[in-house]
Design a protein around this ligand. Structure first.
Ligand code: 5RP
Length: 220
């Protein structure tokens, strides 16, 4: 059984008629989108605000009515994946490079449900390098400043060129030896002038749905 599919589909049980939904990004949310598409075909009246160009494309193909995130002041529910989740519901996100819009969506959501496979539910964050979105101008300066927090930031690349986010920015992937005090790190990183946003989501998730390959689902 595909554990991402289990978690992604299970979250759609919380979707209700008339809701305005934040649509996350990634291979777990892909399964949520498929299910939401089915609900729309069966007559459910919902609208979705996509958090990435990739999600927008999939949602369009599925016939999910869309509204731009920029036009929304509040969302009823956002469903999104994560790269790591700890027992305090702190998250690392941004493996797919959509962390800024994902965090904007989560910040205006009445409810934020995170969907992951069980390999991502960890006792402490930090095995996964923390993605930090930075402005391209002077990214080397920003990298030096971030490295002062005890990591070696690596510029994310695709086919030898910098990966560019939907917002026209770069991503620095930051592997920390130990990612202690995520809340404080989150605050400090965002004080660096060239940092747009970082992938730590602190005090945002309301529920975590964890799928396992044995077919079980755990809801926290
Ligand atoms: C994209 C994200 C994704 O939600 C995260 O990377 C998880 O992706 P997947 O479900 O494909 O494992 O934060 O920016």
């Amino acid at each position: 059984m595909d554990s991402k599919r289990l978690a992604g589909e299970a979250a759609v049980n919380y979707v209700e008629d008339g809701m305005l939904l934040g649509l996350g990004t990634g291979s777990t949310v892909y399964w949520s989108l498929q299910k939401i598409g089915e609900l729309v075909q069966s007559g459910l009246r919902i609208r979705g605000a996509p958090t990435s160009a990739e999600t927008e494309k999939i949602a369009r193909q599925l016939g999910i009515p869309l509204i731009a995130l920029s036009e929304v002041s509040e969302l009823d529910l956002t469903i999104d994946g994560a790269d790591e989740v700890n027992p305090d519901f702190q998250l690392i996100k941004g493996g797919g490079g959509a962390l800024l819009r994902e965090k904007m969506a989560a910040s205006i959501s009445r409810r934020f449900i995170v969907v992951v496979d069980n390999s991502k539910y960890v006792p402490a964050l930090g095995q996964f390098p923390l993605p930090v979105e930075v402005v391209p101008f002077g990214w080397q300066i920003t990298r030096r400043q971030i490295s002062g927090f005890g990591c070696e930031p690596v510029l994310r690349q695709v086919h030898g060129s910098p990966f560019v986010t939907d917002n026209g920015n770069y991503i620095l992937d930051c592997q920390f030896a130990a990612l202690e005090a995520p809340e404080e790190l989150h605050r400090q990183l965002n004080l660096i002038p060239g940092v747009v946003e970082n992938g730590l989501f602190v005090n945002m998730a309301d529920m975590v749905i964890i799928g396992a390959s044995d077919g079980s689902i755990e809801t926290k």
